[in-house]
Design a protein around this ligand. Sequence first.
Ligand code: F3S
Length: 492
Amino acid sequence: MEELRTNQQISWLDDVDDRGVVINPDHELYGKSLAGTALHFPSASGSTVGSDRIVNLAVHGFAPKRIVLEKSDPITMWGAILGKIDIEIRGTTQLAVDRGPLEKLGIDAEIVDYLVRAGELLGTNEFIPAEDVQIAGVSYKTITETGLELRRHFGSKYRFRSKNVTINPAGMDMEDWQVHGVPEEFAKKQQEVIEIYVKMGATPTITCTPYLIGSMPPPFVDAFLSESSVVAYANSVLGVRTNRESGLSTLLYAIAGYGPRYGLHLRENRNPRVEVDVSCELKGTVDFSLLGYRLGELVRGRIPYITGIGSRPTLEELKVLSAAGAASGSIDLFHIENITPEAMGHLIELDRIEERIEITRASLDEVKGRLNTGKVEEIDLVTFGCPHASLNEVKEIAALLRGRKIRTGVKLWVCTSRAVKEMSAKLGYVDTVEASGGHVVADTCMVVSPIESMGHRTTATNSGKAAKYLPRFCRQNVVFDSAEEIVRKIVA
Ligand code: F3S
């Protein structure tokens, strides 16, 4: 068996294509096929639907035969378990897990098998109630037919035992998909995915900002969340305790009503390892997106303690910081001096810091240059709301568009949850956006909807996370800038 080794993380969503070839030119395995190899790498970065991508590779014969990870990583681990790939995790002590206590909880034997395997690999035999679960792996585009088959299987046999199960964005606006030109075949599959989740007991929140619509546990409560920006925001800003679960692990934990206690559930694992001093002034969400993006690249899976951020960031700035850091690296938790709850409450120990890094204006400008791969005159889609827009963001974009007309040939989407869209409609923001020629789009986003099959080639965005995934996963050229600048460029 060919051995492939890398010290770089792998983002299964956009570093690897659907035939198992590494397509990220910045990755040291660029151009290599992972099919049939023994693959050694530290852990997965980025999207938590990576586990579905691995299962899909396995089903089609393009997955590695054996995977060796340096640290526990639920994305790769669950992809390997469900894809029947041999896996070893070097950084954990593997345990024999007794299935008896799990069976006594009334959990079905098939699900117990999965929990036992997870406990063995993660080095824990402690399972705790999973009352709050957020499931990624909802868009048919990201899970594909293989993922739908898996959900049909679990949906035909089980109901969720967890009390509060919410779901991530889908591949389309569930009400207005025809208006946006989503292919009918795709729409049918997408509707089926949602029907399965709802039948199993999920609340159809269909958003990556459940914390904006009142669906999040209180601080210091253990949860099982899987959308990567939700994980980073919930851990860091809200003080919730969750690992970056995968779409598939949350599906199984919601069925069991229990999940393993490990990693960031344990207070001692929440201490920062790297101090990051921001030596420049940050202005608005674009700068916070750039900061998150650079942070993810630099800290390589470690927990950062960020200093130098003067005034308290807004909710929206913390939202995009969380999203970009989780996408470009794998930041599941960050602390900001005097700002985030565990830093403010002196609940973390700073004596484990092993490195100090400075982030300068020049490094943020360098990232911005790198994210811009498209030409302004070729923009055919403008997308705001990654993560899903808050009410305040919809209001601000409506204000930018008021009395202006978007030029012919350009579509504009403000992506948000249905709950925020409905409130925005009541307040008149939706009418304002539509009067300019744009749309407030609910339930979906620019990354998980099939924009590439809807004819779009150049997308403008103010989100670092979207700018990361659009080029390879959605085959888009990207114009990355602030909402003000983008609107200025696309109004007639
Ligand atoms: Fe949410 Fe889509 Fe961005 S799921 S975080 S809006 S890529």
